[in-house]
Design a protein around this ligand. Structure first.
Ligand code: PHE
Ligand code: NA
Length: 502
């Protein structure tokens, strides 16, 4: 079956696509705040340890599964052991949710790139926050409503069209080509942004706030959990993405060497983003006459409220806007492509479809759900809750079950270790085996338990969401995905697809 697969034409292209997936919103709007909030300069220690002891071993695990078993996530895991197909479907379903969320943010980034030229948010005298929720999104209260907002709907639909075309064109002409164009563009724009931010008055205050180490934080287990959580999300591991992409690698491909390059590139970009974002926040605090702690933040608030404020006040602010939102757009788009490819590859294998058929079967319904749900007034709240639950433990739980299943039930770690070592420039021997079968599951269990306990003891949203809402869209959807994954794994495979290995 491998010979017929559409493959990456070289290892370097694979590395490019893997970096394109890894470098995303997590690097730009999540890492800077996580580092600042968890010990500042001292965070580098748990972060590096998490990268070396959990992130890279798990990245190589995903690579090894995809490369050895040569299928989408459900097919590759089915080839490890029959029951594990459900783990693959779980990862596919997580990608469905995250893809729906990503499309919205990418669409907003597109619109804000355009808004930056004339600082459109200045039309609202109450500031960029009021503009975002009032003029742009036209958000109502929590509840059910279906008032479409054309300013959001049109860019949102465009994003889905772009994703459809890229995925339908295939691995070489679509995914690889998109990354060859977008990733260098992202790197250049982001570097320019960081340089410009460093010249803003007050930049040094921002950098001091970010890098001043709080060594006491190292005694806090929450800080270590934050480091592991950031590394997992940031490297796109445990989502089926790296399994899918590495299944498109030729037989002889340096897996461990590629993993080291991808891990290093992603972390470098993250630290660069920390510098750029906090330099800009230092300027913002300076202009407002407050401390950096009053303006520091992450996510939607940082990107769509704080940055517009900075853009309005900074010299050549329009340029900051185009560079920042353009970076968000390209970083989001390359990650989005990798997320959708996981779903398309899974459906394609299971139904033995052509790429075009599978792309239609996946992207059209996903786009419709995304378009119906999220440009509406209530959609954002659903999105927020879903994303929180799926991100916080969907990924962790999926990764944990996949590692335990492969290491302790199917007992394939020695096989995978031999596989990795035989194709790689860096051996993945005893050390990797110990890290992946003992250290990674322990670390995952630790964070997972603490996340579940937190979710129960402090309901998400600090009281903003009614209990039924969290029950339905948080806990309910999580449980539904587990059941759905198991059901999908029970459906038979077409005769043409071989689900056994060896
Ligand atoms: N790794 C991406 C980031 O850092 C996020 C992502 C998660 C991308 C899952 C693809 C899939 O933003
Ligand atoms: Na990342």
């Amino acid at each position: 079956p491998r010979a017929k697969r559409d493959m990456f034409s070289s290892r370097n292209i694979f590395i490019l696509a893997a970096i394109g997936s890894a470098v995303g919103l997590g690097n730009i709007w999540r890492f800077p705040y996580v580092a600042y909030d968890n010990g500042g300069g001292a965070f580098i220690i748990p972060y590096l340890i998490a990268l070396l002891c959990a992130g890279l071993p798990l990245l190589l695990f995903d690579y090894a599964i995809g490369h050895r078993y040569g299928g989408s996530a459900p097919l590759s895991f089915a080839r490890v052991q029959k029951w594990m197909e459900s783990v693959g479907w779980w990862q596919v379903l997580v990608c469905v949710i995250i893809g729906i969320y990503y499309a919205v943010i990418v669409a907003w980034a597109l619109m804000y790139t355009i808004f930056s030229f004339n600082k459109a948010w200045e039309s609202n005298a109450e500031g960029p926050g009021a503009f975002l929720f009032g003029d742009f999104l036209q958000l109502g209260d929590v509840g059910v409503s279906f008032d479409f907002v054309p300013g959001v709907l049109i860019p949102h639909a465009l994003v889905w069209v772009a994703v459809f075309v890229i995925i339908a064109l295939g691995v070489k002409r679509g995914i690889a080509a998109a990354n060859i164009v977008f990733l260098p563009l992202l790197m250049i724009m982001f570097l320019a942004l960081v340089v410009q931010s460093l010249f803003l008055p007050g930049a040094a205050d921002g950098l001091n706030a970010l890098f001043t180490p709080d060594w006491g934080a190292l005694a806090n287990p929450g800080v270590w959990a934050a480091a592991v959580g950031q590394i997992f999300f940031s490297l796109s591991i445990g989502f089926g993405i790296m399994v899918t992409y590495s299944s498109y690698l030729k037989r002889r491909s340096d897996l461990a060497g590629s993993g080291a390059v991808v891990g290093f590139a992603n972390s470098s970009f993250e630290i660069l983003a920390g510098i750029g974002v906090f330099a800009a926040l230092g300027f913002m605090a300076n202009a407002a006459g407050t401390g950096v702690e009053d303006v520091a933040g992450a996510g939607i608030g940082l990107a769509f409220v704080a940055f517009p404020t900075i853009i309005s006040q900074a010299p050549f602010g329009e340029l900051i806007g185009v560079l920042f939102f353009g970076s968000l757009l390209f970083a989001g788009l390359t990650s989005m492509i990798s997320i959708i490819e996981v779903v398309v590859a899974g459906v394609r294998d299971k139904l033995n479809l052509t790429r075009l058929q599978a792309t239609i079967a996946v992207v059209v319904p996903m786009a419709i759900i995304s378009l119906l749900l999220f440009p509406t007034a209530s959609g954002l709240y659903v999105l927020d809750v879903l994303d929180e639950f799926v991100n916080k433990f969907g990924i962790l739980a999926g990764a944990l079950v996949s590692v335990i299943g492969v290491a302790w039930v199917a007992r394939r770690i020695p096989t995978l270790s031999r596989h990795l070592t035989s194709v790689s420039s860096i051996p993945a021997g005893r050390w990797w085996q110990i890290l992946i079968s003992v250290v990674v599951p322990l670390a995952l269990t630790g964070i997972l338990v603490s996340e579940v306990v937190t979710k129960i003891s402090e309901p998400y949203g600090g009281g903003d969401y009614p209990t039924w809402f969290l029950g339905v869209f948080g806990w309910g959807m999580s449980a539904l995905l587990v059941v759905l994954g198991i059901v999908l794994a029970m459906l038979p495979w077409p005769k043409a697809i071989r689900t056994t290995f060896d």
